[in-house]
Design a protein around this ligand. Sequence first.
Ligand code: NDP
Ligand code: MG
Length: 379
Amino acid sequence: MSNTISILGSTGSIGRQTLDVAEQMGLSVAAITAHGSVARMEEQARQFRPRLAVLTDETAAKDLAVRLADTETRVLGGFDALEEAAVIPQADTVVTAVVGMVGLKPTLAAIGEKKRIALANKETLVCAGELVMDAADRCGAEIIPVDSEHSAIFQCVQGCLDRREIKRLILTCSGGPFYGMSYGENGKMTKADALRHPNWKMGPKITVDCATLMNKGLEVIEAMRLYRLPLSQVDVVIHRQSIVHSLVEYRDGAVLAQLGTPDMRLPIRYAMTYPNRGMSLAEPLDLLTCPPLTFAAPDREAFPCLRLAEEAAGEGGTACAVLNAANEEAVKLFLQDRIGFHDIPSLVAKARAGVPVVQNPTLEDILAADRAARETVLR
Ligand code: NDP
Ligand code: MG
């Protein structure tokens, strides 16, 4: 049970919903961080009175310091300051809601201080999941997933004492805005089309990842790391309604699922209250009025990013770090209107082909693979 939280990425979609939950639960907020959103940070700092506010953009941080000069909140700038927010002694829980592998070092720092990690920042587990999970085991830090699918699985494995009883995890996938299109058809889609997600309102990077199905690929890797299972035990099924958030099949044939309306405040809140539950801000699910629940196989020909992620997951080592870094850079280019939709998988494939895989990597190996992949995409 959390009492005081630090939020890395407080101005984003998950960050703001976390603050809604914190307000509802009466949690204290010790630290908040963002990249450059000065006005929103000022607003949040005045409302939640954290001890520390960090902006990784140094110029923006200077501006924020002037704006908050009349408050008790200390303002820091730069990437190293993210780690200060992650290890702030007053917080028992760190919500990792930054986007991208920039969350890795602060997450490791928070684990080192034995904080509960409410983990939304999936890129961290994708690029260095084994290191993160090993560190959490060694330090006795809890990692509670916030991603809706992984929260669903986490809820479905409560009471499972022996992980060998799990036959497979089944991740549900909305299919994104281009569901049903062929590869030829989805290649014509623009940034504006990709940013229109049918069920969830999220930050731009993950919304594009949902359109390419890379998000589901990243989530396959996230699930493998969180539950220490091989690729062969993690499946994906298309479920357009986003009501069944994921399922666990046990070896006796029992399949457990978690259902709910699509609202991230439920998994965010569960990560705070675990092992207990509280009143959610989410609309209750009405089975009699909700649309029929349907399931279908994903189309890996039309959405090659899912296949690319599964291939990297199968290869292991630094392959997933390369995949993730290349995807981060390609999505940035797509969001700047500098490349087309099909260039995203092409650039990821180019980086995977160009950057050699190191098995049993150290943190340095992972950071080097990440840099090499980004360079390959931008070359
Ligand atoms: P947003 O883009 O909405 O927010 C990102 C946050 O991170 C903002 O506070 C932003 O600050 C900050 N940020 C961005 N870039 C950097 C950087 N380089 N350094 C430091 N801080 C940075 O993202 P989401 O909330 O949608 O997603 C956050 C994470 O949660 C992602 O890993 C995503 O995959 C995961 N997730 C999100 C879900 C959702 O529903 N949104 C669902 C499941 C997982 P600023 O505002 O100043 O740019
Ligand atoms: Mg998800």
